[in-house]
Design a protein around this ligand. Sequence first.
Ligand SMILES: Cc1cc2nc3c(=O)[nH]c(=O)nc-3n(C[C@H](O)[C@H](O)[C@H](O)COP(=O)(O)O)c2cc1C
Ligand SMILES: O=C(O)C(=O)c1ccccc1
Length: 373
Amino acid sequence: MTGGAARGLLAELREKAAARLDPVHLDFYEGGAGTERALAENERAFARLALLPRVLRAAGPPRTAVDLPGAPGTQPVVVAPTAFHRLAHRDGELATARAAAAAGTVLTASMAATTTVGEMAAAARAVDPAAAVWFQLYLQPEREVTLALVRRAEEAGCSALVVTADSPVFGRRTRDDRNRFHDLPPGYAAENMRGLPGAPPGGTRDIAMSPALGWADLRRLQAATRLPVLLKGVLHPADARRAVEEGVAGIVVSNHGGRQLDAAPAAAEALPRVADAVAGHVPVLLDGGVRSGSDAVTALALGATAVGVGRPVLWGLAAEGEDGVARVLAHLLEDTAHVLALCGAGGPRDLGRDQVVRRGPAGLPGIGEAGSW
Ligand SMILES: Cc1cc2nc3c(=O)[nH]c(=O)nc-3n(C[C@H](O)[C@H](O)[C@H](O)COP(=O)(O)O)c2cc1C
Ligand SMILES: O=C(O)C(=O)c1ccccc1
């Protein structure tokens, strides 16, 4: 086989995106923090793992539907929140929203979107009135600003909030520093931040990261909304346990695509212990490095209910707009169902953690050992 034959759709769209994007914007999308070790580890962790198929289980065709907060019967691949889609394509977040709705996947609207969450949710619902949209939120130091953002998400019809907790300070992005990319170009803005309390007339507030936030702030948020709240950026099992005690509706295991703590482990490596700590009380999602159905199924076998994808969506968007995002999502969903079938699973719940082993000579002794991972 020639190299090209097995290259895959995502690699193709990534190359097309790289050829089209302003190199500074490409670096913003692709880059991570520090030496980009956490970024690299996300994909490497999946590459180190193999799936052990089960045979003759009479599983029938895979049913992929899963229940997520505010999204019953949805697909096990969701669109992770990523900033600034209009730098990738003129249609920006509207293209992403339409493609996610068409694919039947949850769209997580970023607080740092270049389109308002209201416009995004309307675009998704124009494609599918039942489309699920979540709103990702950085808790702001000023409570009234956070609450104004929550009201916007509620009014947009969002069905859950995703609070990103891994950013007490903004990660040090080596490529952005080198490129001096620290502001959106003229004509673009973080539209959700327009007209908030304290914003200049007609202008936007900056998104603040705060190291002063604590569990009490999360609790106050939960008391101020009826929406389910997921906590994103959890890697320590003790934090996952605490979050469940605090009544969160879901946990997102994530190192922020390697853009925050460079010394963080891969999301896939942190997942099993977080899943153990959560013990099925709420859904656990994983994002970081998911590039194939095999990666998604590996995460599902290790205890995730669903996975999120960040950069692949941006590659599709930059390469081909709405069609590109649609191709990425359809491919990942189809590949996930296909790999489930090959593993002998009739659905995500049929997978066992014993079906995931480390590659290499040290891998096989781990088979079947609970907690070998
Ligand atoms: C360009 C870019 C922008 C991002 N913006 C946000 C954001 O605004 N809020 C957030 O919680 N996470 C953000 N993330 C992190 C993603 O939600 C997700 O954790 C990560 O991209 C998953 O890894 P993957 O890109 O390998 O799929 C961003 C990631 C990228 C690559
Ligand atoms: O780049 C990011 O990862 C991110 O989360 C972000 C947050 C605010 C503004 C721009 C990007």
